[in-house]
Design a binder for this molecule. Structure first.
Ligand SMILES: NC(=O)C1=CN([C@@H]2O[C@H](COP(=O)(O)OP(=O)(O)OC[C@H]3O[C@@H](n4cnc5c(N)ncnc54)[C@H](OP(=O)(O)O)[C@@H]3O)[C@@H](O)[C@H]2O)C=CC1
Ligand SMILES: CC(C)(CO)C(=O)C(=O)O
Length: 326
């Protein structure tokens, strides 16, 4: 079974290293100094939870054409990096290839096989010009919610902080053979990869946090524990999450917890600088469209007012534009 991880940075590097350690036939697509370091020395994975530090030989490439057709292509790019590289990914894709979308935010395939009047709706915020819808085709897609926290601390070195769950789910909720096979391969690599019948419910619980905590942290430079307990920012996060809840429930989502519990979960993470704040600090493009703009777009599609989301989106977009990152 051939697996390619496309965009093997923090999350893809972690997943790729675990698969390689378990003997899977895995290759990684990366670029720049990180690619060069992995080529020269292998991928060093430091796992904080277990205290392990191992350098894993990995097959890496910049050009997908070197790797050929795959059974699974696991996309672990930042959301905005995917549409421009759909063309370059084509050599990896054959008739039986499954594309696993391991990207935060509302996925571009959200309305595929959802049923009802919105079936097949495309999302311009995450898939401008329908690049993924037409270039991959939604039938190839297996959804994935990424829970681990990891970072590239220097080229060729991934630090895994915590978590090992990659929930998988078919857009139609079925327990397909392709989902089961990948789940087994990830489990053999020591990762948790349950196949979920209602992945969209999980997407929204994760998104609740990313939608609100990430832009608020980028605007205030506060860590999660602070922004989730400060009465003012907690109120802003709560308002955004309640708007998102109305949208999601109109789309058939059932939340297993309420917003206050989700915010308490964020606070419990501690003095974490969200990925959007890290991107701003490091001068990297920010995932604003996938995490915030996409929910605003869903608000428009479902006829739901989103005043709090609109306000924070306007502020964080301008903050990012002023920094040249959006
Ligand atoms: N890191 C985390 O803890 C978590 C991340 N996520 C989500 O997972 C996804 C991936 O995030 P993360 O791993 O942090 O991101 P990273 O930026 O660490 O990884 C993406 C990698 O893809 C590379 N890349 C970008 N474009 C190309 C290209 N055209 N060809 C080859 N390589 C390319 C990047 O290189 P370069 O650096 O040069 O741009 C980078 O190494 C995001 O959606 C994120 O929100 C979800 C949960 C936690
Ligand atoms: C904020 C957090 C921890 C979850 O909402 C996250 O996923 C991020 O930093 O991007």
């Amino acid at each position: 079974m051939k697996i390619c991880v496309f965009g093997a940075g923090a999350i893809g590097g972690y997943m790729g290293a675990k698969l390689a350690q378990a003997g899977a036939e895995v290759s990684l697509v990366a670029r720049g100094p990180h690619l060069a370091a992995m080529k020269a020395r292998g991928l060093r994975l430091i796992e904080e939870e277990t205290g392990t530090d191992e350098t894993v030989p990995v097959r890496v490439a910049e050009d997908a054409a070197e790797l050929g057709e795959q059974d699974y292509v696991i996309v672990t790019l930042k959301a905005h990096s995917v549409p421009p590289v759909v063309g370059r990914m084509q050599p990896l894709i054959g008739e039986g290839t499954t594309i696993v979308s391991g990207v935060n935010g509302v996925p571009w395939w959200y309305f595929h096989k959802i049923g009802g009047p919105l079936e097949g709706t495309r999302l311009a915020s995450v898939d401008p010009g329908d690049a993924q819808w037409t270039g991959f085709g939604p039938d190839r897609v297996l959804g994935c919610v990424v829970y681990p926290a990891a970072e590239v601390i220097e080229p060729g070195v991934v630090r895994h902080i915590e978590g090992n769950r990659f929930s998988l789910g078919e857009p139609d909720g079925s327990k397909s053979e392709r989902a089961t096979r990948l789940s087994q391969a990830l489990a053999a690599a020591g990762l948790k990869a349950p196949v979920r019948p209602k992945l969209r419910d999980e997407i929204w619980v994760k998104l609740w946090g990313n939608l609100s905590f990430n832009p608020i942290s980028a605007l205030t430079h506060a860590t999660l524990d602070v922004l989730c307990t400060d009465p003012g920012t907690r109120g802003v996060a709560r308002a955004m999450m309640l708007e998102a809840q109305v949208i999601a429930e109109k789309l058939g989502v059932k939340f297993p917890i309420d917003v206050d519990r989700r915010i308490e979960g964020g606070a419990a993470v501690g003095a974490h600088r969200t990925s959007m704040l890290q991107d701003l600090d490091l001068g990297r493009p920010m995932e604003i469209d996938a995490l915030v703009g996409s929910v605003q777009e869903l608000g428009r599609i479902t006829g739901t007012p989103t005043p709090a989301i609109d306000t924070v989106l306007a502020l964080v977009s301008l903050r990012a534009r002023v920094a040249g990152l959006y």
